[in-house]
Write a protein that binds this ligand. Structure first.
Ligand SMILES: [Zn+2]
Length: 259
């Protein structure tokens, strides 16, 4: 594998990430509303239900050309659509750079797609959809078995421990987290192995900083009442750990456990 192949892989995945990002938007929108992602096949305007023109469906560009408004009813279209499409493409490209053309791409792309959907649904509907976690679990086990067959005990244990730790935290502080976040932690353990530890630390750190910022801007009483979705922070932690988790663990072990 030379660097030219890696760059080509990254570019291909970036381009692939744009339509995949569109599809993940559809999944994130429809699944929490009890609809199926594949029917109706064409995207529709959530406001007037008109089927979208093919060119309005072009990732990122379609939204920009419409200036964020429906062609038929002029309702504004959420900024989240182009942003999540762009995030998916960037993530896919970065994954291509990190892993190159290898079987390890498979779980990494599945994991990134899972994180994009749950972050989107949690911001949109305050829910981490069970169906998405279940599909991710099934495909994730197969992808991990193909990519890391010798490490199955590590990822099975990491999934179980991450799930258990988050369950204890959710039971102790029921206001802060839902069962969706607990199950998501298990999925993150499956894909990340022991790197799920820095992922969850990252999530709690950034989530706390965000919560404090909300309190600072709205006042403590109002800020405490504001429900901040936690899955986006877990997703950010998952992305962080996918790229830097093993480095963080090595650094930690070198520094505090004498290697
Ligand atoms: Zn419309």
């Amino acid at each position: 594998m030379n660097s030219e192949d890696t760059l080509l892989t990254a570019i291909l995945l970036f381009v692939l990430g744009l339509p995949v990002g569109s599809f993940l938007n559809v999944v994130a929108y429809r699944v929490p509303r009890g609809e199926t992602p594949w029917s109706p096949a064409r995207s529709y305007c959530p406001s007037c239900q008109a089927q979208l023109h093919a060119r309005d469906n072009i990732p990122v560009l379609g939204w920009l050309l419409l200036r964020g408004r429906c062609r038929y009813c002029d309702a504004s279209i959420s900024w989240k659509y182009p942003v999540f499409e762009a995030i998916t493409a960037l993530l896919f490209g970065a994954i291509g750079l990190k892993f190159g053309w290898s079987v390890e791409l498979l779980p990494a792309l599945l994991f990134a797609s899972t994180l994009v959907v749950v972050a989107n649904s949690d911001i949109d509907m305050r829910v981490v959809p069970n169906a998405v976690l279940f599909v991710s679990l099934l495909f994730g086990v197969v992808a991990q078995a193909l990519a890391y067959p010798d490490d199955w005990l590590t990822w099975a244990l990491s999934a179980t421990i991450a799930f258990a730790v988050m369950l204890i935290i959710a039971l102790a502080y029921p206001r802060g987290m839902g069962m969706g976040d607990v199950k998501l932690a298990g999925i993150m353990g499956l894909y990340l192995g022991r790197a799920v530890a820095p992922a969850l630390l990252f999530a709690f750190l950034t989530g706390t900083i965000f919560g404090l910022a909300v309190m600072a801007s709205k006042g403590v009483a109002e800020g405490r009442k504001t429900k901040v979705p936690f899955a986006p922070f877990m997703a950010a932690g998952g992305v962080f750990a996918l790229f830097f988790g093993e480095d963080v663990i090595d650094w930690y072990l070198d520094t505090f456990a004498g290697g």
